[in-house]
Design a binder for this molecule. Structure first.
Ligand SMILES: [Zn+2]
Length: 228
């Protein structure tokens, strides 16, 4: 097991100057200052940092300046001039990068984001800025997996039946990662361009923060993507 303070997924994108990382439980920083120090620690310029004030929505914004972007859960930087960041604790950090144009993006999504179709919305935003989906690679980072994510029947109507099954607790086990991959494929990002990190944040107690495990005491992991 690595003792680093973050997981480095940069190599999944195949370009030496692209940084894609997720802090883990060993990273001590929190909040705004923790995020800025983390950006610096991984060798990026914190003056260029753009990050959403997340609301579990289906909204995606195109970054036009650094700083806080209100009321959104996805941020895309055309040409990669800004460093994008989100925070998660069980939700899926979805990294996007086009190593031809430089465009990068990050989407925060749990089940509410998937119900709101945030991933198709992110892909549409990419198309609207005139980019080719064939040049994009996507990575879904550590997040709560089917081993640990279940919901009750009060919300199950909003889920797609192909991605859940009833379990012995009379609840429903949901595969959020499979659902996310399906939404990406439906929007034109083929499966071969998507990497899914097969690590469950709830199970991996030593490694990751988990909202479902620790509730109000849970910390957050910080995801960052940007160019050196
Ligand atoms: Zn698990």
């Amino acid at each position: 097991m690595t003792q680093n303070q973050w997981d480095d997924y940069s190599s999944a994108f195949g370009h030496d100057d692209l940084i894609a990382v997720l802090s883990n439980r060993r990273y001590p920083g929190e909040g705004r200052s923790g995020r800025i120090s983390f950006v610096r620690a991984v060798g990026l310029n914190s003056d260029n940092l753009a990050f959403p004030k997340q609301i579990h929505s289906g909204y995606v914004e195109i970054a036009s300046r650094p700083g806080i972007v209100p009321n959104t859960d996805g941020i895309i930087s055309p040409g990669g001039s800004f460093v994008c960041s989100i925070q998660v604790a069980d939700c899926l950090p979805v990294f996007f990068a086009n190593t031809e144009s430089g465009t990068v993006g990050l989407v925060h999504t749990g089940w509410r984001g998937l119900v709101s179709k945030i991933l198709p919305t992110a892909v549409n935003s990419i198309l609207q800025i005139g980019e080719s989906l064939r040049d994009f690679s996507v990575l879904i980072g550590p997040s709560i997996q089917a081993c640990c994510f279940e919901v009750r029947d009060d919300v199950i109507d909003q889920f797609v039946p192909a991605f859940y099954k009833k379990n012995s607790n009379n609840r429903y086990t949901v595969d959020l990662q499979k659902w996310a991959v399906h939404q990406l494929a439906d929007s034109g990002i083929t499966r071969s361009r998507v990497t899914v990190i097969d690590k469950c944040t709830f199970c991996s107690q030593d490694e990751y923060h988990s909202y479902r495990r620790n509730r109000s005491k849970a910390g957050r992991m910080i995801a960052i993507i940007g160019w050196r």
